[in-house]
Design a protein around this ligand. Structure first.
Ligand SMILES: CC(C)(COP(=O)(O)OP(=O)(O)OC[C@H]1O[C@@H](n2cnc3c(N)ncnc32)[C@H](O)[C@@H]1OP(=O)(O)O)[C@@H](O)C(=O)NCCC(=O)NCCS
Length: 218
């Protein structure tokens, strides 16, 4: 238990240049308090004591301004910096070593049932005020810019910015033009495009042959 606590404190120290000591983080960081309360609340939630779980999370919300639903699944080393106004929904999943700034919502759009909230991979950064809405995945090492509104999947190692968010960097390279998502259903398929062009040409040729045959009286 103390190993875990030390690891969480160290991971915050490593990511916040303003943190001067573990003691400061332990006693004064609202994000640290909120995550510790979440871990307790999640234990009660998993052991079917949902009322106590909600009570703990609502108390933490009151003192930190950070609302984490006890049903969310959160990995190691989550750092919520500053914290005020953060909301993390019930079916959110967060991998290891993610960083979230103030004003972030990991929420639903109101259109989905069951899994309604996003899944963040490992080492994801979500900038101040960003809203990530819906049951899609934000890949490992992704960076969501401050103020972005993300409505579709973000691949691994991507940076998404703007409203609605578009991927502007992928694996360290600039993406030009930016694209909105990795839509697995409607993505561009160059082979299918080429085939449909060929089909159109064949149809055109058929019409031309017909005209030629009729005109030539054959
Ligand atoms: C997005 C971010 C993580 C940088 O990621 P990155 O992968 O290094 O991306 P870059 O800085 O190369 O920016 C890529 C493009 O997005 C633009 N961009 C960066 N942040 C942006 C934002 N918040 N909104 C809109 N566009 C943004 C850049 O201008 C750049 O545009 P260009 O390619 O036309 O020049 C960073 O800008 C950010 O928003 N961090 C959040 C920090 C935060 O919330 N701090 C609060 C502390 S209290």
């Amino acid at each position: 238990m103390f190993e875990n606590l030390k690891a969480e404190l160290d991971s915050i120290m490593a990511r916040d240049p303003a943190a001067r000591s573990r003691m400061e983080v332990y006693f004064l960081y609202s994000g640290f308090k909120a995550v510790r309360s979440y871990r307790k609340a999640n234990w009660f939630f998993r052991h079917n004591m949902k009322f106590i779980a909600r009570m703990i999370s609502q108390r933490a919300r009151h003192t930190t301004g950070i609302e984490i639903h006890p049903g969310a699944k959160i990995g190691k080393g989550l750092f919520i910096d500053h914290g005020m106004g953060v909301v993390i929904g019930e079916t959110t999943e967060i991998g290891d070593n993610c960083t979230i700034y103030q004003g972030v919502t990991l929420g639903g759009t109101g259109k989905d049932h069951g899994k309604r909230h996003p899944t963040l991979g490992d080492n994801v950064l979500v900038g101040a005020g960003a809203k990530v809405l819906g049951p899609f995945r934000v890949g490992n090492n992704a960076r969501i810019a401050a103020g972005a509104v993300v409505l579709t999947e973000v691949p691994d190692n991507a940076t998404a910015v703007g409203v609605p968010a578009k991927v502007v960097r992928l694996n360290g390279e600039k993406v030009d033009p930016p694209y909105e998502s990795l839509d697995q259903i409607h993505y561009a398929d160059p082979v299918a495009d080429h085939l449909s062009q060929l089909e159109e040409q064949i149809e055109g040729l058929k019409v031309a042959i017909e005209v030629f045959e009729n005109g030539a009286g054959i």
